[in-house]
Design a protein around this ligand. Sequence first.
Ligand code: G1P
Length: 246
Amino acid sequence: MRGLILAGGLATRLRPLTQVTNKHLLPVYNKPMIFYPLDSIIKSGVKEILILSSSDHAGHFANLLGSGDQFGVRLYYVIQDNPKGGIANAISLAEEFAGGQNLLVVLGDNIFGYDLKPAVEYFDKKGKGAIVFGVKMPTESKQYGVIEMDTQGKVLSIEEKPEHPKSDIAQTGIYMYDSRVFDFVRNLKPSQRGELEVTDLNNHYLKEATLECRLIDWWIDAGTSHDELLRANNMVAEKIAKGVIK
Ligand code: G1P
C-alpha cells in the first residue's frame, strides 16, 4: 500500500488566512495541519507517501517535511495544476507513483485518531475493491457524502450532499483503493460543480459490490471554515491533554 495526501486547492473559505499560504500549513494547536494526516498514515505502516499540492506551495511542503527521513518514511511530491479538478482528479495524479499497488488516500485537512493499520493489512490481503471511512454525524451530514451501509460494513449507497440523507454516516476524506482506481477515474465526468467527484468514483466500486465502509469514532475536517479550524485547534488541544494523540 502507498499513501497519498491531498494538500492542494484554493481554500477560499479560509481567506485571508490562505491568501499567501496553503491551508494545510496553517497551525492546528502546536503543529501545521498536514502533520495530523501524515502521522495517521505513518502509524498505519505505509512507508511511501506522495504529497499533492499546487505549484505555489509545493516548495513549502518540501521545506517543512523534507525527504521523510525524520519520520522514517519516504516522501514524494506532485503538483496539481488545476486546483478545482476535484478529489478524483487529484487521485489520478498518483498513478505513476502507485505503480500498481493499493493506495491509501487522506485529505490533508482531516484530523482523526483512528488506527488505520488493521485496515491497511486487511485491504492488502484482500487485494480488490475499496474501503471508505465514515463517521456518524447526524445533523451535519448533508454537507458531506452520505453513506448507507449494512451491518457487515457493505456499502449500499453513497450520495453526494443529498437533500434527504438516507443515513447519519458522513463520508470522510479517507479512502483505500485497489490499482484499478485510475481506470475508474478515467471514466468519470465532471459534476455540476465541475469536479471529478470522489463519490462518483466510489460508486464504481459500489456497482461491483466491492465497496466497504469502516466507521471511525472521531474526525474533524479542519479546513472547511474558520469555525471548524477553531474547533480543530480546541479539539486537538483537548486530545493531547488527555493523551489520545501526541
Ligand atoms: C468532499 C467529498 C464529500 C466528503 C468530504 C469530506 O466534499 O465530496 O463526499 O464527505 O469531501 O471532507 P467537499 O469538501 O469537496 O465539498
